[in-house]
Design a protein. Structure first.
Length: 283
């Protein structure tokens, strides 16, 4: 009964969460890195994040062994989902979006229930785990070119680019993640990381076409997915986005409120962590 109650509570959080989360710019570049903010971020991190990411941010928290998709190792300073060029650090707004909306299909669930100031404090604190944020100058986000009108010609161009760029080797001819190289792919830690099944929406980054554009353009740091911003122009990237959309059957377009993959497990871990005295309402 206790497990059933935990699952019900997790579903209730999803059910009453906003259907579409928009993370607006909040002047993050001018955020005050005060000791008070960092202390607040540390407390919130310990209460909500350390159970998976670990107290020192190395991705080896007590619940990490329960997960297929392993938590991010913050000291490496390597983040998959960014608006910045390949290899670069993320912008604060990139991190805020992940904290707010989560990463779909994984146990990294969105925390829109935390206030904006609380999420910002967590972002500032987790940056202290990697020396890169103190040593490196942030690179500007890539420019997302205006989206051209959708057309059959653009889809055909995207289909050809998908073949010419060898996307099928990893993602498969149908985009289902079953390419000939998929089973051999690993992340930067040597852990298996098969190619994503592109026939579902949402993808890990979400369902927005702009998000798919950014993934193609910037690549995924720490993963085999390369960046194509230097190889393709904006119109070509949009052509790929249009083609990928044709690979998604209607049955695979899932409500933003439905829990997918390891998301249910992520909420359950949070609820259990909270009942142990650390939980989501500890602010």
């Amino acid at each position: 009964m206790k497990l059933r109650a935990l699952l019900f509570a997790a579903k209730a959080i999803i059910l009453f969460a906003p259907a579409s989360i928009i993370v607006a710019p909040v002047g993050l570049s001018e955020a005050q890195h005060s000791s008070d903010m960092l202390r607040r971020g540390q407390r919130l991190y310990a209460a909500n994040c350390a159970v998976c990411h670990g107290q020192n941010g190395n991705g080896k928290g007590p619940a990490a062994h329960m997960l297929v998709t392993q938590p991010r190792d913050f000291p490496s300073g390597s983040f998959k989902f960014r608006s910045t060029p390949s290899g670069a650090l993320p912008m604060d707004n990139d991190l805020m979006k992940i904290v707010t909306a989560g990463i779909r299909w994984t146990a990294m669930v969105g925390r829109a229930d935390l206030t904006e100031s609380e999420r910002l404090a967590v972002v500032q604190y987790l940056k202290t785990f990697s020396p890169r944020f103190a040593k490196e100058q942030l690179q500007s986000p890539i420019t997302v070119s205006p989206e051209p009108p959708r057309s059959q010609e653009l889809v055909a161009q995207g289909r050809q680019l998908y073949r010419d760029s060898d996307c099928a080797k990893c993602h498969g001819e149908r985009g289902d993640g079953k390419g000939i190289s998929s089973a051999d792919l690993t992340d930067d830690s040597g852990r298996p990381l098969p190619a994503s099944d592109l026939t579902w929406r949402p993808l890990k980054r979400g369902s927005e076409r702009r998000d798919i554009y950014l993934t193609i353009a910037t690549g995924l740091n720490g993963a085999p997915m390369p960046a194509y911003a230097a190889a393709l122009d904006g119109k070509q990237i949009w052509a790929l986005v249009d083609y990928l959309e044709t690979l998604v059957p209607e049955a695979h377009r899932v409500s933003s409120r439905e829990m997918l993959g390891e998301e249910q497990r992520g909420w359950m871990i949070l609820r259990m962590h909270g009942m142990a005295g650390h939980g989501m309402m500890m602010r």
